[in-house]
Design a protein around this ligand. Structure first.
Ligand SMILES: NC(=O)c1ccc[n+]([C@@H]2O[C@H](COP(=O)([O-])OP(=O)(O)OC[C@H]3O[C@@H](n4cnc5c(N)ncnc54)[C@H](O)[C@@H]3O)[C@@H](O)[C@H]2O)c1
Ligand SMILES: [Zn+2]
Length: 350
């Protein structure tokens, strides 16, 4: 991964260097990002790429979008010697990544994340996905990017709520693997969410640290056969909240709720040391992120949404849980724990 202020202006050139075999390029971009940064990226290619916009928002991370994009690529005559550059947040990264994973049985993808969440998390690790009515990310593939190019200056146009959503995944990285990172992020919250501070040393350092934590966990377990599952901390509940609210909350906001609730689950199951839940809750609170599901979402609706999530095995809900901040609980390389319905209900305060 390369993080450098101003990198968008040479994204095409770096992508071509990363994939020298690609003769043609397709840029799959979030329409809102095209409006703000499209000209700079377009001008960074030696030859004009095919430019395909995706409307903004989780509602477009669908099979219909995948079909429209792949049809357009066929119409433009793209073949196995083409490559994809994904320009946008996690939504476009996931869709464009899945297009690349499946087009002509797989062509290279370069991720150019433009949200904080995508820079520290979604662009790294090779997971690509679509949402279907049955659940979030249920269709997908592992398709690691040939390069990840992050320009912190792109964050200048990102709304504050989307910046905070990105902080949620950074807190997660601290909780699952590095307590010092959690404190570092909390110490620099202001710079992370304040427009104008995008390229400060503090922001670039926090982003790089968070991305490195994710990358090192993925490197050891790329196909999630073991420890990579710790990166799903907070996500069993998060995906259920996203589904139950029809994606009315941002992914990062749902993750923040999941961190707090699943930390409480860990204490109720005596997996986590006492105090872990409060430390996690205080961090989420300090970041100005929500601590629990919105009013009106019943425990039953969350439980049924969780059952369709891919982490439910043999009807049992399993979660990666912390032992303490900075360390996840494991037994004999088993990184997930069965969480009975009554424990979810208690953790959700029912
Ligand atoms: N593949 C993975 O490993 C992984 C990991 C974490 C999250 N995800 C996925 O990522 C998605 C969430 O990502 P996200 O938070 O980036 O959401 P997003 O892609 O929807 O982007 C958030 C908003 O910011 C706008 N935007 C993007 N860049 C901008 C910029 N530079 N300036 C102004 N506006 C900009 C978008 O139009 C959108 O409205 C979810 O679908 C989640 O499942 C995937
Ligand atoms: Zn996530």
């Amino acid at each position: 991964m390369t993080i450098s202020p101003g990198l968008l202006e040479s994204a095409g050139m770096f992508a071509q260097l990363a994939v020298p075999t690609a003769h043609r390029w397709v840029v799959i971009a979030d329409a809102a990002v095209t409006a703000r940064h499209g000209d700079a990226v377009r001008a960074s290619f030696a030859d004009a790429p095919t430019w395909l916009d995706v409307p903004s928002g989780e509602a477009h991370k669908t099979r219909d979008t995948w079909a429209a994009l792949t049809d357009a690529m066929v119409a433009q005559g793209h073949g196995r010697d083409s490559a994809v550059l994904a320009l946008g947040g996690g939504v476009v990264g996931d869709v464009a990544g899945f297009v690349a994973a499946t087009y002509a049985r797989g062509i290279p993808v370069v991720q150019v994340p433009t949200t904080l969440l995508a820079m520290v998390d979604a662009s790294i690790g090779g997971k690509t996905a679509l949402d279907i009515p049955g659940g979030k990310n249920l269709i997908g593939a592992f398709h690691p990017p040939s390069a990840v190019l992050a320009d912190p200056l792109a964050l200048a146009t990102l709304p504050e709520a989307d910046r905070r959503a990105g902080v949620a995944e950074m807190l997660k990285h601290g909780i699952v693997a590095d307590a010092a990172h959690l404190h570092h992020v909390l110490a620099h919250l202001d710079a992370l969410v304040r427009p104008g501070a995008e390229a400060t040393v503090a922001v670039v350092e926090c982003v790089a640290q968070s991305a490195q934590i994710k990358a090192s966990i993925v490197r050891d377990d790329p196909y999630e056969r073991g420890r990579r599952a710790v990166l799903n901390f907070g996500h069993t509940l998060a995906h259920a909240v996203e589904a139950a609210t029809h994606y009315a909350v941002r992914h990062g906001e749902a993750v923040a709720m999941g961190l707090v609730v699943e930390a409480r689950v860990a204490e109720l199951l005596h997996v986590a040391e006492p105090g872990t839940h409060h430390t996690v809750r205080d961090a989420v609170r300090a970041a100005g992120l929500p601590e629990g599901p919105p009013d009106g979402i019943s425990v039953d609706s969350l439980l049924s949404a969780m059952r369709t999530d891919k982490k439910g095995r043999r009807g049992q809900l399993r979660c990666a849980l912390p032992q303490r901040v900075g360390t996840m609980a494991s037994r004999e390389d088993q990184w997930t724990h069965v969480v009975p319905d009554e424990v979810w209900a208690a953790a959700l305060g029912a």
